[in-house]
Write a protein that binds this ligand. Structure first.
Ligand code: DUC
Ligand code: ZN
Ligand code: ZN
Length: 474
């Protein structure tokens, strides 16, 4: 009998801390050996010339998130996870969104029905709390955290999701007592509403005005408010999808004061700008780039890099939130053509996250390849209670691996994407560095642009509490 089911031979293994020439031995879906030379496998993959890195973990994606009355997402759990695997990812953390009035337990059951038996990669769920009633905070949420849904997101904007300050404090308090990690969408509801109505009165309804309606200072104010609430309660918080200098500096300020405030940023904030929302001469194609917070400007890219390099940001996620551009339920519905405020917020990105960060980060000398692994895999596993099962290459970890060609030049084009949307916001962008094979628990699931995993290959991950969610005063 062979010693290993699989040997990945001749590659350069990269973790968040080390880079080494080593063969990787896999048995029963786990990494069981790392050595200079391994022999005796049922199957051997030649990885010479390639980087052998932990599969990407994307801890911020939206899949099949379809509350009543909202635009329909372009990805279900088959297409979304297919796209993820093609992009070198092996684990996703999508959201289970609580519509107001709904039981959280019912919501989780519904999202499992969407994902179980369909997902091609491994997955867990964050919750989204929109209705923090006494029974939700007193019973349902604590029970779900116990069951492995150990993080949740709250919104400071959007009519159907916003929590007021009192509610935020109640929810933070619940997170503190249950050990959950809170993720915060920090943009100020009233300021955005005020700006939107004023712009509409002025006839400024084109998609570009989406960016004007929610400027950086609106994000900065909400970020500061969330940090203050977190400090008052003494609960760690993660500020997600930070778009530029203003919010980044708030998180840095909090961290320098010793607060447990974490930061996430995304590809759109180093690769797109608000000018993209203008489309071609203020035409409707600007709708393709509508997401929240909106992309800013080139100076903001520099600020985001400053935050990445100095450790303000722990995670680099896609915020994959795909809609189709044309067609029913898409970005250009008849209603969406009347005002930017009706354009569904979100862009596809799960398949292009790694290439964009690698190319601009490692390729252009801004970060090391080890920092790349930390930002795209290891830190996500640690932050969200999946470590040491996921997030590195070492004995005992799941054999979730991406084989990466650091020299492969590609142009991002919709025709080579695998998701359900009909466009990529990064169309035409040249990158160097590309995933050539994705391995999930020892099985080859994507190779040279072909995804081979059958639906249902992914497993649900019951997550531990985040070690980062422990209050300072605990
Ligand atoms: N927030 C997200 O996290 N994703 C898409 C839209 C939004 O507002
Ligand atoms: Zn958000
Ligand atoms: Zn999101």
């Amino acid at each position: 009998m062979a010693d290993y089911d699989l040997i990945i031979a001749g590659g350069t293994v990269v973790t968040a801390t080390d880079t080494m020439r080593a063969d990787v031995g896999v048995r029963g879906g786990k990494i069981v050996a790392l050595a200079d030379r391994l022999t005796g496998a049922t199957k051997t993959i030649d990885a010479s010339g390639l980087l052998v890195m932990p599969g990407g973990i994307d801890s911020h994606v939206h899949i099949s998130q379809n509350p009543e009355g909202a635009a329909r997402m372009a990805d279900d759990f088959i297409s979304g996870t297919r796209s993820a695997l093609a992009g070198g990812n092996t684990t996703l953390l999508p959201f289970a969104l609580q519509p107001r009035g709904a039981s959280l337990r019912d919501v989780v059951t519904k999202y499992h029905a969407e994902a179980d038996g369909k997902a091609l990669c491994d997955y867990g769920f964050h919750l989204i709390i929109t209705d923090p009633s006494p029974s939700v905070l007193g019973q349902e949420l604590p029970a779900l955290i116990e069951d492995g849904y150990t993080s949740f997101k709250v919104f400071m904007t959007y009519d159907d999701m916003v929590l007021n300050d009192r509610q935020l404090l109640e929810v933070f308090d619940c997170a503190r007592s249950t050990g959950a990690l809170v993720m915060v969408h920090a943009e100020g509801y009233d300021s955005i509403k005020f700006m939107t109505e004023r712009l509409e009165r002025q006839g400024k309804t084109h998609p570009y005005y989406h960016a004007v309606s929610r400027p950086e200072l609106v994000e900065r104010e909400a970020t500061h408010r969330a940090i203050s609430h977190g400090e008052l309660i003494d609960v760690p918080i993660m500020i997600v999808h930070i778009s530029g200098r203003e919010a980044m500096e708030q998180v840095r300020w909090a961290q320098q004061r010793g607060l447990k405030v974490y930061g996430e940023t995304c590809p759109q904030y180093i690769a797109l700008t608000a000018d993209d929302l203008k489309g071609l001469n203020m035409d409707e194609t600007g709708a393709k780039y509508v997401c929240s917070p909106p992309p800013r400007d080139a100076a903001s890219w520099d600020a985001i890099w400053e935050g990445i390099r100095s450790g303000v940001f722990q995670t680099f996620s896609s915020d994959h939130c795909p809609f189709i551009y044309e067609g029913p339920g898409g970005k250009l519905s008849p209603q969406a053509r009347t005002s930017f405020k009706w354009v569904p917020n979100g862009i596809p990105g799960v398949e292009t996250r790694l290439q964009i960060l690698y190319s601009k980060g490692v390729g252009e000398g801004r970060i090391t390849v080890n920092e790349f692994v930390a930002l795209t895999s290891t830190n996500h596993a640690k932050m969200y209670g999946m470590y040491p099962q996921k997030g590195s290459i070492g004995v005992g970890f799941d054999a979730d691996i991406v084989l990466w060609d650091p020299n492969r030049r590609e142009v991002i084009r919709q025709e080579i994407m695998h998701g359900g949307s009909d466009y990529t916001p990064y169309e035409g962008m040249a990158v160097t560095g590309w995933p050539v094979m994705t391995i999930l628990r020892g099985q080859v699931v994507a190779e040279d642009g072909r995804v081979t995993a059958p639906a249902g290959s992914g497993q649900f991950l019951k997550r531990a509490r985040s070690p980062y969610a422990v209050p300072k005063g605990a």
